[in-house]
Design a protein around this ligand. Structure first.
Ligand code: M6R
Length: 611
């Protein structure tokens, strides 16, 4: 949460920073600001989005070749001009931006108040900044040294970028727990929460690790640990193109990303799934295949949509591999003192690879001897680097805050892992294995067919957009799809929606059913189909409105429902990748019909790097 950008080099810093902030706005968008160094320090910040700051700065002095910028998702202190970053130190000589939370800021603040410091904002960031300045002044040391000393005394998570009027071309940066990428240009450096702000300038980047500090000048990048020892930067090549982070003619990133799914699922399968040779090649899994096969249990750890992918995978792994699977919310798992045995296999699922709870949960499990496999989208991200092995989802940058293409790519990867392990372990017969390989290979084209329903779904969205609540039901593999459909609707349209296993309805939620309640039932053809049909009847008997996602040609079920969305039939193991698509579109079109900003829904941020 919060996006940070920095630049030092021969260019004017402001345009680089503003463009970078627009690309990072998905990380938080309640206030924004920049600080520019040009002999003097200029700080401009305000509540609202980057475009609003840009408008407000027309005609201002924006000159400077070194600068930092921030787009905020509020943690300490409401979104306001004064709480926006950058913050300035008491002397006015330092400016700092921060992504993360300083947990012991109350104590630090009190100590500083006792020493005479006064604070303008309610933020933990201003406290850390003045703490650093206090150390610098007291110890008569460099800013770099003061940062090092300060960071040894703070608890929590951070990426910080600092400007100092005494070193006009230098940015001091440090990280623990929140992401930081440094792009290397010709006599210039770029800093960002991810690589998107620097894509058109360089393909060479360094991912800064926890407890590292960077001294960044136009022609020099020095990395050190908190013990003041130099570290050789590990330079990596980016393989993201600029087009991947632009809307490409779509009204919103979310719509673009929904429509990219045939390609992203294909990209995810490509080079791994071989229907002719009847093999699945995943080197990051193969290394741990023995341990996975012998595992007493697999624990899937994730949050949000990624957790829903884990739930689908639970069904698939238990069915195909006959291994006990538990699916855990990372935020609960990390604080619960869970029993972990050496040899337990943890699969961490994350689009961003930076979700704080997931990251800490796997670090804890790793320390206790578990094998950590990451199913991650963002290459080089913290979760990917913390994992022993795993597989990237290759869905490309996902910018819409509501996760769509990442979910289907996660399912594709998890299905391949399950099939590979089941085949190695002999818990699937050859005929079913080959059938499922073929089913998987057909998913991209079936998703493309489902996407053709967009106009029909747009009309449905108009019809139901004023409903106050929605219920989403599904059984078996489609139960997590119902959860995911409800989450998408909540996020994008701010309509209360609950997902339930269809049979659980009778244990409470059925009390909600009346003529005004739309109930979305995911009822594609599978082993439980006749049971779900009974649930549809129960809703109709109470005058609920049923919108059903059913398999093409299922006219018997269609006849019972108020509205139906027909998707191509598929084996139940791969069906969630197809049946979720109309639910993504329904949420999207309802959000658009209600005139909401679907790419940046209120209160949310794409990457949850605070717990
Ligand atoms: O990056 P991650 O997959 O770890 O993120 C997990 C959740 O924060 C994420 O799925 C969130 O629930 C999305 N907004 C869902 O659309």
């Amino acid at each position: 949460m919060c996006g940070i950008v920095g630049y030092t080099g021969p260019k004017e810093a402001y345009p680089v920073i503003i463009k970078g902030l627009k690309r990072l706005e998905y990380r938080g968008y309640d206030s924004t600001g920049v600080a520019l160094l040009d002999g003097s320090l200029k700080v401009y910040k305000k509540k609202g989005r980057v475009a609003e700051l840009e408008d407000a700065l027309v005609g201002k002095d924006l000159h400077g070749h070194t600068g930092i910028g921030h787009t905020r998702w509020a943690t300490h202190g409401e979104p306001s001009d004064v709480n926006a970053h950058p913050h300035q130190s008491s002397s006015g000589k330092l400016a700092m931006i921060h992504n993360g939370i300083i947990e012991n800021y109350v104590q630090l603040k009190q100590d500083l108040i006792n020493k005479g410091y006064r604070f303008k904002s309610e933020t933990d960031t201003e406290v850390l900044l003045n703490f650093i300045e206090e150390i610098k002044n007291n110890n008569h040391c460099s800013l770099e040294e003061a940062v090092r000393v300060a960071l040894k005394r703070v608890t929590g998570a951070y990426v910080i970028l600092l400007l100092n009027t005494e070193e006009p071309d230098t940015i001091i940066a440090a990280r623990k727990g929140s992401p930081l990428v440094i792009g290397i240009g010709k006599n210039e450096h770029f800093l960002g929460s991810d690589a998107s702000p620097m894509l058109e300038y360089t393909k060479e980047v360094v991912y800064v690790n926890d407890y590292e500090l960077a001294i960044v000048k136009p022609d020099e990048l020095i990395l050190k640990n908190l013990g003041n020892e130099k570290i050789t930067p590990y330079v990596q090549k980016l393989d993201i193109e600029l087009a991947a982070i632009e809307k490409g003619g779509y009204d919103h990133f979310m719509l673009k990303e929904i429509f990219e799914q045939p390609q992203t699922i294909f990209d995810c399968l490509r080079g791994r799934l071989d229907t002719i040779g009847e093999t699945i090649t995943m080197s990051g899994i193969q290394q741990y295949a023995d341990q996975i096969m012998k595992a007493n249990r697999i624990v899937m750890i994730a949050c949000g949509t990624s957790w829903h992918a884990g739930l689908v995978a639970e069904y698939i792994f238990e069915e195909l591999c006959r291994i006990n699977v538990e699916v855990e919310y990372a935020s609960e798992f990390r604080y619960r003192n869970p029993v972990i045995h050496p040899g337990d296999v943890i699969i961490a699922i994350s689009q961003s690879g930076e979700t704080a709870d997931t990251l800490v949960a796997i670090e804890n499990a790793k320390a206790q001897g578990a094998i950590i496999l990451g199913v991650v989208n963002v290459v080089g991200s913290s979760i990917a680097r913390t994992s022993h092995g795993g597989a990237y989802t290759h869905a490309g940058p996902e910018i819409g805050v509501a996760s769509t293409k990442a979910f289907t790519a996660q399912l594709a990867v998890l299905t391949m892992i399950a099939l590979k392990i089941a085949h190695n372990k002999g818990t699937i017969d050859q005929e079913r294995y080959v059938h499922l390989l073929n089913e998987l290979s057909e998913v991209p084209s079936k998703v493309a067919t489902a996407l053709k329903l967009k106009d029909q779904i747009r009309i449905l969205a108009e019809k139901y957009k004023d409903a106050r609540d929605f219920l989403y039901l599904g059984r078996g593999y489609n139960f997590p799809v119902a959860l995911e459909g409800a989450l998408k609707l909540k996020e994008i349209s701010y309509i209360h929606a609950e997902g339930y296993p269809a049979a659980e309805m009778k244990h409470g939620p059925i009390a909600l059913v009346d003529k005004d309640l739309p109930v979305v039932v995911v009822a594609t053809k599978d082993a439980y189909h006749h049971k779900v049909v009974s649930n549809i009847q129960e809703i109709k008997a109470r005058k609920g409105k049923v919108i059903a996602v059913i398999s093409e040609g299922d006219s018997a079920t269609a006849a019972m429902c108020d509205d139906v969305i027909m998707v191509p039939e598929a084996d139940e193991i791969v069906a969630p990748m197809i049946s979720v698509v109309p639910l993504q579109l329904l949420a999207y079109y309802i959000g658009v019909a209600k005139d909401y900003d679907v790419d940046k829904p209120r209160n949310l941020a794409k990457s949850v790097t605070v717990e």
